[in-house]
Write a protein that binds this ligand. Structure first.
Ligand code: DX5
Ligand code: ZN
Length: 217
């Protein structure tokens, strides 16, 4: 399977989202990555249900919703109803991550567990059998356009080992600072889904940049 590309709409033009979503519909992007921030778990606020609902109506691509919100279990059903196909929650943000991933699956969505750069991988060991995806943050969450943290490669390796021992079907997604220089190494390390915001939307030709990421080796 070739790597899946998930452009992050955080770097899109919010005044003309339709244009960007239509561009993504024509592109080789596989998923649309939607970053929800609450201003508490991360020092930034982004968007919520109405925007996700509108995007749902404008694309048939998989909606990959990354919740950077505290106690996400309060809103899982609403994100699913708004159109999320994949819902990822931070291990650091919920009281009972195991219960939350079970709820996500019971709603018919795929469940992802996210870890911040400073969170050790053993924190999610007991969740691997219950999730569809592990999202490894390669920047500190909250903002697009940051530089990739090199230590992420060691973490990918550790998560890969854990997955192969416990639940080999689990996908690995990497989010933050992904660009045309590090994408090849990420794919070789076994990453299944690359999130990219700034690299795609700040490029002169986003369609071509998505094409290059999709075909990176
Ligand atoms: C950061 C978000 C990312 C962000 C990635 O908190 O989770 O999805 O949009 O943006 P880039 O690719 O620009 O680092
Ligand atoms: Zn994200």
């Amino acid at each position: 399977m070739s790597v899946l590309i998930a452009p992050s709409l955080l770097s899109a033009n919010f005044l003309n989202l339709q244009k960007d979503v239509e561009m993504l519909n024509r592109s080789e992007a596989d998923w649309l990555h939607l970053d929800v921030m609450d201003g508490v778990f991360v020092p930034n606020i982004s968007f919520g249900f109405p925007i996700i609902q509108k995007i749902r109506g404008a694309t048939t691509k998989i909606l990959d919703v990354h919740l950077m919100i505290i106690d996400p279990e309060r809103y899982l059903e609403r994100f699913r109803k708004a159109g999320a196909d994949v819902i990822s929650i931070h291990a650091e943000a919920c009281k009972n991550p195991l219960e939350s991933v079970k709820i996500i699956r019971s709603l018919g969505a795929r469940a992802g567990i996210v870890i911040n750069p400073e969170t050790p991988v053993n924190v999610i060991e007991n969740l691997i059998s219950q999730v569809d995806m592990v999202l490894i943050m390669s920047v500190h969450p909250g903002f697009g356009g940051q530089s990739f943290i090199q230590e992420t490669f060691g973490k990918i390796e550790a998560v890969k080992t854990m997955i192969s021992e416990i639940n080999p079907g689990v996908l690995i997604e990497v989010d933050g600072g992904v660009d045309l220089l590090n994408a090849g190494k990420l794919v070789k390390s076994g990453v299944d889904i690359l999130v990219a915001g700034n690299t795609i939307f700040a490029s002169p030709d986003p369609l071509q940049t998505i094409h290059l990421l999709k075909n990176i080796s």
